[in-house]
Design a protein around this ligand. Structure first.
Ligand code: TMP
Ligand code: ASP
Length: 236
């Protein structure tokens, strides 16, 4: 599959057209950002690590019947994906309290959340990705009501499958962020699933192997990501 024009350059990933209008190439860079881009660094090898992790996760999700844009890994830093029109939404699922939920609601971290919480955020760096109610989503015309319900249903199915996948690797899935797009009129899981977008704690502890190390300057980020990959490959 030949790489064509650049379709979109994000803070961390780029998306390229291909000679087939139904497919794109997603390329992971070595950039890491936090706080909507306020904090930024380059970590050599990070793109390849996240491409490997995300590819494994999407493959295992497919085995469990969870569909996504992922087609196959193309190279160290690239994956072939189905083309979709992005919704300007970030869908967060939480199994334990952490991060912005604790700050917003004054909660202690590491409280079990049952049933899991699904939250929608506006994908808008200038506004700092604010939390949205379903009425806000309707008012801003970001998605139709049935599409929002579909995202919520899919996000919970992804959560169940991811808990099994990470659980088998000795990791607790605290929370994660998903993105969805529209492909052939259907709501499709897109983007990536990786320690950049999930909180992953070593089972039964609060030791995080994810991007919180970068957000909080609390440890070797790449070592954490390498450990996630090692555990996923071992648990295969
Ligand atoms: P939060 O606690 O900061 O709202 O984050 C919840 C989860 O979503 C956490 O696993 C990190 C992930 N996330 C992203 O991947 N991108 C983002 O822009 C944000 C705000 C969170
Ligand atoms: N604000 C997000 C985070 O802290 C993502 C980013 O800025 O790239 O995870």
């Amino acid at each position: 599959m030949n790489r064509g024009d650049l379709l979109h350059r994000g803070k961390v990933k780029s998306v390229w057209l291909t000679d087939d209008p139904g497919f794109c190439i997603a390329e992971f860079s070595d950039t890491i950002t936090a706080g909507d881009g306020a904090k930024r660094d380059e970590l050599a090898g990070k793109g390849a690590l996240l491409n490997s992790i995300s590819s494994i996760i999407f493959e295992r999700l497919a085995e469990k019947g969870v569909d996504s844009h992922f087609v196959r890994k193309l190279s160290d830093t690239e994956m072939l994906v189905r083309r979709a029109e992005l919704f300007a939404l970030e869908v967060v699922v939480r199994n334990r309290s952490a991060g912005s939920l604790c700050r917003r609601l004054g909660l202690e971290p590491n409280m079990e959340i049952k049933p899991p919480l699904v939250e929608f955020f506006y994908k808008n760096d200038e506004l700092g990705d604010p939390l949205l109610t379903k009425d806000h989503i309707r008012m801003l015309n970001l998605a139709e009501e049935s599409q929002v319900a579909d995202m919520e249903r899919q996000a919970l199915a992804v959560n169940q499958a991811l808990q099994q996948i990470f659980g088998a690797a000795g990791l607790d899935l605290v929370d994660f962020k998903l993105e969805f797009g529209l492909a052939d009129g259907k709501v499709l899981l897109i983007d990536e699933i990786s320690p950049d977008t999930c909180r992953l704690w070593v089972k039964g502890t609060t030791e995080g192997l994810d991007k919180d190390r970068f957000r909080q300057d609390s440890g070797d980020v790449l070592a954490g990501y390498r450990e996630v990959l090692r555990r996923l490959e071992e648990g295969a």
